[in-house]
Structures are given as structure tokens and as C-alpha cells.
Design a binder for this molecule. Sequence first.
Ligand code: GDP
Ligand code: MG
Length: 201
Amino acid sequence: MKIQRAELLISCGRIDQFPNEGLPEVAFLGRSNVGKSSLLNALVGRKQLARTSATPGKTRLIHFFEVVAGGEPVAFVDLPGYGWAKVSRKERESWGKLVEGYLENRAPLRLAILLQDLRRDFSEDETLLLDWLTERGVTWQVVITKADKLKPMRRARRLRELASQLDRKGHKLIATSSASKAGLDEVWRGILDRVRAPDPG
Ligand SMILES: Nc1nc2c(ncn2[C@@H]2O[C@H](COP(=O)(O)OP(=O)(O)O)[C@@H](O)[C@H]2O)c(=O)[nH]1
Ligand SMILES: [Mg+2]
């Protein structure tokens, strides 16, 4: 994908800091350390647009990025990771308020991309989130990360296992690797399909 532009617009810790609604938005969600920053960087071909880190769960901000890809303007919205074992209930609640505040009320949101590590099983965090999005009419796509971590035979078997765990008929998992760049074109196709789809209003 040809990227004409990719830059951080704003980082928000509160709902009242969200930017004005303009561009169609694609939100990225997932457990800390799932490879979200790496995938964002790989999609736009920038090494350091979104920070990657080995210490998960440090940021509780929503980052808005302005991207122009194949001539198409779109905003990438990087939602804070969930599932840190050690955070307090108060912190978890403030995460929920911020993320739900975004996902529930954001008119330009066209697609929510939920990331899942190839080697982990889906948990209630993922299935409840997908049910919650479905109830609110938010279109979602599950993207599997770190596909390079398993050899082709085991990878294929693992993808079948994950698809049957998820049990959403007709939903096709997209397997990706930020390391090998596998699957990125397919993610882009999914994004542009939604961005170009007629706005339901
Ligand atoms: N082998 C491999 N490692 C990855 C991949 N994506 C992310 N990682 C590693 O996984 C760790 C967490 O990645 P990061 O993007 O910071 O995850 P985030 O917390 O979800 O933003 C880092 O050490 C990355 O280098 C991938 O596709 N392949
Ligand atoms: Mg990150």
C-alpha cells in the first residue's frame, strides 16, 4: 500500500479531548503486548509512528493518527491495551470509561480491528468485546498477530483452532506478521472496503 501521509494527530486521556469528527476512523484494540503498535507501524511503513515497547500497559491514552493511503484519507485510532494483571480496579474502570466513551459514541467509526496473538487462546475479554461491538452495530475484524512465530503447518492448524474457538460463522480471521509483513495487504483491503463503503449515516 502506498502511504502518502502518517502522523500523530493527538493523544487523549479524556473524552473531551477527542478531535472533531472528520475522517472515517479505524480503531485498533487488543490485549497489551499483542503487537498492536507493531502492526500499526507495519501498516503505514513507519518504524516508530506508534511506540512499541516491552513493558506493556503503560499507556492509557487514545492516540489518533492521520493517514492517507492509496489517496484515501483515514484516521487510525490506537486504543489502550487491556488485560494487565496488575492494574488496580480504579485504573481498569478509567480504561473502560475512555474506551467505551470512544466506541459507543463515535459516528465516524467504520471498523474496529481486534488483535489476537496466534499462540494465545481467545478469552472472555475478546468474546465479550466482540458481542458488545456487535450489539452496538460496530463492524469488526479479528486480526491474528505474530504469525511468523509458528511454522506453516502448525500455523494453519492453530488458525483453525482459533476460528473454531471464536465461533462466529462467516468471519474470516486475517493472519498477519509485522516481522515478515504477511497479511498486511489483506488488512488494508478490509480497511479500505469499510472506508469506501457508503456511510450508513
Ligand atoms: N516475531 C514477532 N514479534 C512481534 C510481532 N509483532 C510484535 N512483536 C513483538 O511483540 C512485542 C509487543 O509488541 P507491541 O507492538 O509493542 O505490542 P502492543 O503492546 O500490543 O503495542 C514486541 O517485543 C514486538 O517486537 C510479530 O509480528 N512477530
Ligand atoms: Mg503498544
